[in-house]
Design a protein around this ligand. Sequence first.
Ligand SMILES: [Zn+2]
Ligand SMILES: [Zn+2]
Length: 278
Amino acid sequence: MSLVEKVAPRVERLSLRTPTLPPATETNTYFVEVDREFYVVEPAPSFDEEQAMLLEETARRIGAGFRLLGVVLTHHHGDHVGAATAMHRAFGAPTMAHRETSARLRERVEVHRELDDGDVLFDGEVELTHTPGHARGHLCLRDRARRWLIAGDMVASVGTIVIDPEDGGDMREYIAQLRRLADEGAGTVLPAHGAPIEDGAARLRHYVAHRLAREAKVRAAVARFEARGATEDEVVEHAYEDTPPAVWPIALRSARAHLEKLAAEGEISVEGDRWIAR
Ligand SMILES: [Zn+2]
Ligand SMILES: [Zn+2]
């Protein structure tokens, strides 16, 4: 039985186990094919067995007469690039990513071709969109005519998207890019983790609403402490009281991302380790 499954016109998915953030346990690799030429998006697996499965599936296509044009990285995270070097060694096709991704991967993965917003693949059939926020170099791939969007880690069907300022995460950018993708009409959204999302624009808008609801709680948590100001731990305790304390260390990073957004928008200020409402 093949593990490869068709998920949209011209797109097939191979989901393989990766060292990703629980509850997700796998990352999707997408094969995008037009007229017997193809790209591999997200050479994800780093474990030997899964990497072998990806190489085997790619070799099978090449053996059947299809030409591999390149391997595209949506961003630099370890659960997305584990097989990048192995794929290049095996097949020689260029590894392609945004320059910010390339900069972050230096010494780990060599990027041969830089991609940017508005670049196209297959003579324009597939378009690249630069969507920073989760990662500075994050790219999505869109086929407007066939209405699908390979969304990387902008959204997920399994697990949550972490916005970590220590790793280039930026909540303002992230929310702005979610809106942009929704406004441009996403069609079927193909995330890096989990199943395809049929009404992609609705899910993107839901993500925006969810983040803004959390932001309101963060703002309220800061206001609660008035002039004394709130520490990040206090913000997490009050703004994430509906989540299990086990995830608070991760929530802390998202809380910081919300705090930085609110500060950038002039709603709060920071003094030492305290965040203060204006
Ligand atoms: Zn990621
Ligand atoms: Zn991921």
